[in-house]
Design a protein around this ligand. Structure first.
Ligand code: PLP
Length: 388
């Protein structure tokens, strides 16, 4: 087993070792005891719903009524009325006919892509697509063509010159997880339509923030085609756990019959489904929550820029502070941690080599005063680390 230790040692030398750290995590703030609080910029609990009393009540009530587990896969005896109610609510949120739940966004993306695409098909994928979309494409056996990030013209050229025996798929995200930038959905969707491709959009970071259902919904007023499938997670802005594909009724029927990570997996536990249903109800009834979060994030972006940090133009609640070197990114994260700010360094292969960064995500648990304080501290630490 020497090779395992050697691999780990090399990773450590390269500043690439990954480790887990236990926190008493409660979204945007972490209580450390002794009155100390970490401001958490590495949480995806964007709407601060994970600790919302309404979700907790719905969740604990479901556990008490229905037990801790669904006890079977959906196709055996695991389907609950709660699952169906949640799927209906998610479909409405995303403006689609139906939705299908999965035990996590990652297994969903792998299962959905691998179920739909096959050997004669070609998947046209944005170069920065999430690992789960990459793995699904690999598992599908389809050929994969990666287009330059957010470059709809490059996608259209690639679609025009790539011969395809079977079906075409265009797979992108709406808000990119490590850069926070937005896909040009109108142009990408138009290219997909022009070549008869099935269009799949991963809205993991947009659901609940951009409009109710995500980035596609936000642009809903413009004349652009609706995606064939919206992939979403219950684990980020919706504060819980699980994945869902929102799509037409026929696609859903296909996935129920073919998606292996749906078929061969235990259904979501009652408490998890109930929390998500409560979250979707809150988001649906309060469409301003996402907008308000984006306003706070815009102000934070402004404060960081005023304090001397160079950031990409503002697009979302995810702000990347580009560092480059893995070790410098870790050093900056360490300095911030000493000053009660948690911003975990994101390194390759999560991001391309040489582009290590701090990924700051703003949540509704960050008060405006927290954000202006954090901007000063982050700018100071960046200066000390030689970045500005
Ligand atoms: C987080 C994420 C996923 C996976 O979702 P989980 O529910 O966390 O498994 C999929 N796609 C993107 C773009 C993500 O950021």
């Amino acid at each position: 087993m020497d090779w395992i230790e050697q691999t780990l040692e090399k990773r450590e030398r390269d500043g690439l070792l990954r480790e887990t750290t236990a926190w008493q995590a409660t979204g945007g703030k972490i209580a450390l005891g002794g009155g100390r609080t970490l401001l958490n910029f590495s949480s995806n609990d964007y709407l601060d719903l994970a600790n919302d009393p309404r979700l907790k009540a719905a969740s604990s009530d479901a556990a008490l009524r229905l037990g801790c587990g669904a006890t079977a896969s959906r196709l055996m005896s695991g389907t609950l009325g709660l699952h169906e109610a949640l799927e209906a609510a998610l479909a409405r949120l995303c403006g689609q006919e139906s939705a299908l739940l999965f035990g996590g966004g990652f297994p969903m993306n792998v299962g959905v892509i691998a179920a739909l695409a096959g050997r004669d098909d070609v998947i046209f994928a944005d170069r920065l697509n999430h690992a789960s979309l990459v793995d699904g494409a690999r598992l599908s056996g389809a050929a994969v063509k990666r287009f330059a990030h957010n470059d709809a013209a490059a996608l259209a050229r690639m679609l025009a010159r790539t011969p395809v025996r079977g079906h075409r798929f265009v797979v992108c995200e709406s808000v990119y997880s490590m850069d926070g930038d937005l896909a040009p959905l109108v142009a990408v969707g138009a290219a997909a339509r022009a070549y008869g491709a099935m269009w799949v959009v991963d809205e993991a970071h947009a659901i609940g923030v951009f409009g109710g259902g995500g980035g596609c919904n936000l642009a809903g007023g413009a004349p652009f085609p609706k995606p064939d499938i919206v992939l979403g997670t219950l684990g980020k802005a919706l504060g819980g756990f699980g994945g869902f594909a929102a799509c037409g009724e026929t696609v859903r029927r296909f996935l129920v019959t073919r998606a292996r990570s749906f078929i061969y997996a235990t259904a979501l536990p009652p408490a998890v489904a109930a929390a998500a249903l409560a979250a979707v109800e809150i988001v649906t009834a309060n469409p301003g929550m996402g907008r308000e979060l984006l306003e706070r994030a815009r102000a934070f972006h402004g404060s960081l820029s005023d304090a001397g940090l160079r950031l990409p133009v503002f697009s979302s609640h995810i702000l990347p502070v580009h560092v480059g070197e893995n070790r410098v990114a870790m050093e900056l994260a360490r300095r911030l941690r000493e000053r009660d700010i948690l911003a975990v360094a994101v390194r390759p292969p999560t991001v391309p080599a040489g582009t290590a960064r701090l990924r700051l995500s703003v949540t509704r648990a960050h008060a405006p005063a927290d954000l202006s304080h954090a901007a000063r501290v982050i700018a100071d630490a960046a200066r000390e680390a030689g970045l500005t």
